[in-house]
Write a protein that binds this ligand. Structure first.
Ligand code: PGA
Length: 258
């Protein structure tokens, strides 16, 4: 199944980078140069302390903002955690969930990730669920099984309906921060696999689901990647920290939508 064309999405994942000064310079540039986009929603996901800055600089622009993680609990004695309601207080409309850098470094289980996914939705925040395989898993040819299992934890506990309006980002772990992006063919087959898996369970949810590609996207490979069917945009790490480079990627996505 290939979904109907809808607005594309580009998410800047700043990871643990930035300062008030650097962010202001980047955001000012984004605001100036990305206001021309008609078919692409841009989202900036910054570290928690900068949410207030994002809100104040972006609130009257066409750029949305979000966080890179959220607590699975509603409220309570959870030192160091940040709830979905708190993100909402700062106008966040997206949150990255289950990024492999967190999943490996902080032992996030698929169960926790599933809870965070619905917790975000409960507060009107769009979850961006990261899925993807390691290099060993790809070489063993089991990438479909791996991604399927990551999705199953959510499907088995909450049903496929929760994917309506949500975002899945296919991020092969071997491609993140390595400079080695998936080829358009590799991305094409995994994106189709994901869309079909959800579609077989709930066609409407699959049709209202965005599937992003993430992992070493740059302005050059963006041109080939974003014309691939079922790639609805990208999650951009390193290249979102340079205004000109990020804007070139956004323009490639915008052009692929026309
Ligand atoms: P990268 O990061 O673009 O630096 O590879 C992507 C990601 O972590 O989602």
């Amino acid at each position: 199944m290939t979904k109907q064309t809808q607005q594309k999405l580009v998410v800047a994942n700043w990871k643990m980078h930035g300062s008030l000064k650097q962010n202001e310079a980047l955001l000012t540039d984004f605001i100036e140069n990305l206001s021309i986009l008609n078919h692409t929603q841009v989202v900036v996901c910054a570290p928690y302390p900068y949410l207030a800055q994002l809100q104040s600089l972006l609130q009257h622009t066409n750029i949305a903002w979000g966080a890179q993680n959220v607590a699975k609990n509603e409220v309570g004695a959870f030192t160091g955690e940040v709830s979905a309601a708190m993100l909402k207080d700062f106008g966040a409309s997206y949150v990255i969930i289950g990024h492999s850098e967190r999943a490996t470094a902080y032992c996030e289980s698929d169960e926790n990730i599933a809870t965070k996914f619905v917790q975000a939705q409960k507060h009107g925040i769009t979850p961006i669920l990261c899925v993807g395989e390691t290099l060993i898993e790809r070489e063993a040819g089991v990438m479909g099984m791996v991604v399927s299992k990551q999705l199953d934890t959510i499907i088995n506990t909450h049903g496929a309906t929760v994917f309506a309006g949500a975002v899945i980002s296919y991020e092969p772990i071997w491609a993140i921060g390595t400079g080695l992006a998936a080829t358009p063919e590799q991305a094409k087959s995994m994106h189709l696999f994901i869309r079909n898996k959800i579609s077989n369970l709930n066609a409407d949810a699959a049709n209202h689901l965005k599937i992003l590609y993430g992992g070493s996207v740059n302005p050059q490979n963006a041109v080939q990647l974003f014309v691939v069917p079922n790639i609805d945009g990208g999650l951009i790490g390193k290249c979102s920290l340079n205004a000109q480079v990020f804007e070139a990627i956004c323009l490639a996505v915008e052009n692929s939508a026309q």
